[in-house]
Ligand binder design. Sequence first.
Ligand code: ZN
Length: 301
Amino acid sequence: MSEFVEREDTAVYETDEPVLYRVENGVAIVTMCRSRYNNVQNSQMTYALDDCFQRAINDDAVKVIVLGATGKHFSAGHDIGTPGRDVTKSFERKHLLWDHTNKPGGEFLYVREQEVYLNMCRRWRDMPKPTIAMVQGGCIAGGLMLAWVCDLIVASEDAFFQDPVVRMGIPGVEYFAHAFEMHPRIAKEFLFLGERMPASRAFELGMVNRIVPRDELEAQTLEIAQRVAEQPRMGLALTKQAVNHIEDLQGKRTGMEAAFAWHHFAHVHNEQVSGDKLGGFDGKAMAARNKAQAKEKGGDQ
Ligand code: ZN
């Protein structure tokens, strides 16, 4: 087998900005705006998010960063099927990793997912300024990763959280924080069933800080951000570092390393068994199941 492979780049390049950036009274507001695809994340969006975060860190006037999204849903995960899916495109990497695009077998995803998922999320989680996720609608799979890297999560009443990745034969998303975000027993239920967890349940578990009406989501989140922004910069940075360090002492970082390796064992296993790294996952079938489930429970999704 050759050390290199040719892959056709079939992505349709999107010219609209996938992420918007603005600053209001010391708060940077980073907004995902690929809402026509429920804000699923392609690499273009991931690197755009990173650029916005970098900009916010570099700006001394910015004290707090808010991450939100336009449209009905915060994020339906990683892009596994829009015309703008750009996994075969090479971007200027943010970590000391080699290019994944022309690599065979498991190397392709192993390198790419370290760069754009695991390392990017860990880098965002450790940003020295406080971050607040502002979540409405679906926060699914890769969407969880974006919310979980934030220090606080404010959710609207219609928000729900879901990791259906076990359906692909894979033990959850690449940033495996599940057993830190919720009790391990609940984390298992969340993963085994892969069902939607409503905001109210996420709040009970301490995964979400506040639940607010949908039409007050931005105003209430910005109000909290303003109050955090009144604290001294060093006080905030050191407090964040202290809490994150304690989580790491509890095994968050090393646990994630192991889960990432198992995640990739699953990708390779899938490829060997079915020829598809995602195990023949059918996103449309899942959406239909979700709809039926929500209908049973009287929801409108
Ligand atoms: Zn993966």
